[in-house]
Ligand binder design. Structure first.
Ligand code: ADP
Length: 383
């Protein structure tokens, strides 16, 4: 772990000439190496709270420590160089090349030329931009998603233990946004930074957060817990409003196929592509089943055949229908649900080499939803 714990104690921010404080006596511990997401309505104080951590906003009162060190006692510029910062629309310097943008903080830290050059290449590789192609481009010569990647690379360049991200993916289309989120999670698995992430999108918070802080007026903490716990048990109506409809369905994004009891490979009749249709028909009849799953010589799923489709056929290769969507044991239950619905009630589960390890059907998923709801005392029709 390279992250540092952040503690805020009774931190208050009063902007000049305003009646109410923007942030009022905020106390929170942000664990080292975790992603904590601040989510809440516009104007509730998320950004102000986050910016006090690197003192882009100076607190009016309170204590902030980073890795046990008093952040308010340090020189503010020095503090800021040790904290990565990424914002919406990347905030790149328009007249600097990609390489120059990434090199800003290492330059301020007076790294030598060679070390900076190597670091720029390393960071570009890390965020999936080929240095040979993109090093010397200007920000406007990049797509929105690429600019956002450069923004993340720049924030990480000096290897800070803490990364602050203020709606960093807010300005890109939903598909690019999903990809950037996936990449951030992949990066974080490798880097283990302490990341504070601000968004107003609860689904983004569920996807990225190790913990979510749902904030209300003046940055008051409505609930601070794991996504799982918040979805299962919203602390009050404000949180429930944020969680929105379909909390059980959202929980399906937190569970994986390997976590549930899907049907093992023995539950379906699997047959080889080279088997004869008549032998498959008799195996189905003997076992009292209606469907067989046809697999290739490496046990990868090929086709579903129904017992009634086998009469008069000479080969399984063109009998029944091809397997469409399948899921792996790593897939989320939400992805599994989609595959099950596309496949008409049951989807194939594959292992690491794409081989059949079982199938998952709609009842498995509905049982999970029912048990989540009863476990947490949610009654049908309750708001
Ligand atoms: P959020 O990030 O949740 O949208 P902000 O932290 O940006 O909320 O703002 C919290 C409150 O502080 C808002 O009422 C906003 O108008 C006020 N505020 C933010 N920045 C300033 C400023 N520089 N001067 C005065 N008031 C500000």
């Amino acid at each position: 772990m390279s992250g540092a714990e952040i503690r805020l104690e009774n931190v208050t921010k009063r902007y000049p000439n305003t009646k109410a404080p923007a942030v009022d006596e905020f106390t929170m511990t942000i664990p080292a190496g975790k992603i904590v997401v601040f989510v809440g309505p516009s104007g509730c104080g998320k950004t102000t709270t986050m910016r006090m951590i690197n003192r882009m906003v100076e607190p009016t009162s309170g204590v902030i420590t980073i890795g046990g060190e008093d952040a308010l006692g340090l020189d503010a510029d020095q503090l800021r160089r040790g904290i990565g910062y990424a914002i919406q629309q990347a905030g790149l310097f328009p007249h600097f090349t990609v390489a120059q943008n990434i090199a800003v903080v290492p330059g301020l830290l007076k790294w030598d030329r060679k070390r900076i050059d190597d670091r720029v290449d390393e960071m570009m590789d890390l965020v999936g931009l080929d240095p040979k192609l993109y090093r010397d481009r200007l920000p406007r010569q990049l797509s929105g998603g690429q600019q956002q990647r450069v923004g993340v690379a720049r924030a990480l360049a000096a290897d800070p233990p803490v990364l602050l991200m203020d709606e960093p993916f807010g300005a890109v289309d939903p598909i690019t946004r999903g990809n950037l989120q996936d990449e951030l999670l992949r990066l974080q698995a490798e880097l283990g930074k302490t990341i504070v992430f601000v968004t107003h999108d609860f689904d983004e918070a569920v996807k990225l957060g190790d913990k979510i802080a749902v904030l209300g007026d003046r940055s008051s903490i409505q609930q601070y817990d794991t996504p799982d716990a918040i979805l299962a048990n919203p602390a009050n109506d404000t949180v429930a409003g944020f969680v929105g409809a379909g909390a059980s369905l959202k929980q399906l994004t937190l569970m994986r196929v390997r976590d549930v009891e899907y049907g093992t490979a023995d539950d379906v009749l699997t047959v080889g592509l080279g088997d004869t249709p008549s032998s498959v028909a008799s195996q189905l009849q003997q076992s009292g089943r209606t469907y067989a799953l046809v697999v290739d010589d490496r046990r990868r799923p090929q086709r579903w055949v129904h017992v009634r489709e086998l009469g008069g056929r000479s080969s399984l290769a063109d009998t029944g229908k091809p397997v469409g969507d399948s899921v792996s044991t790593q897939s989320t239950l939400q992805d599994a649900l989609e595959a099950i619905l596309t496949e008409g009630g049951r989807a194939v589960v594959t292992g690491a080499k794409g081989e059949v390890v079982g199938t998952i059907d709609i009842t498995t998923v509905t049982d999970v939803i029912a048990s989540l709801r009863s476990e947490h005392g949610v009654e049908d029709g309750a708001s």
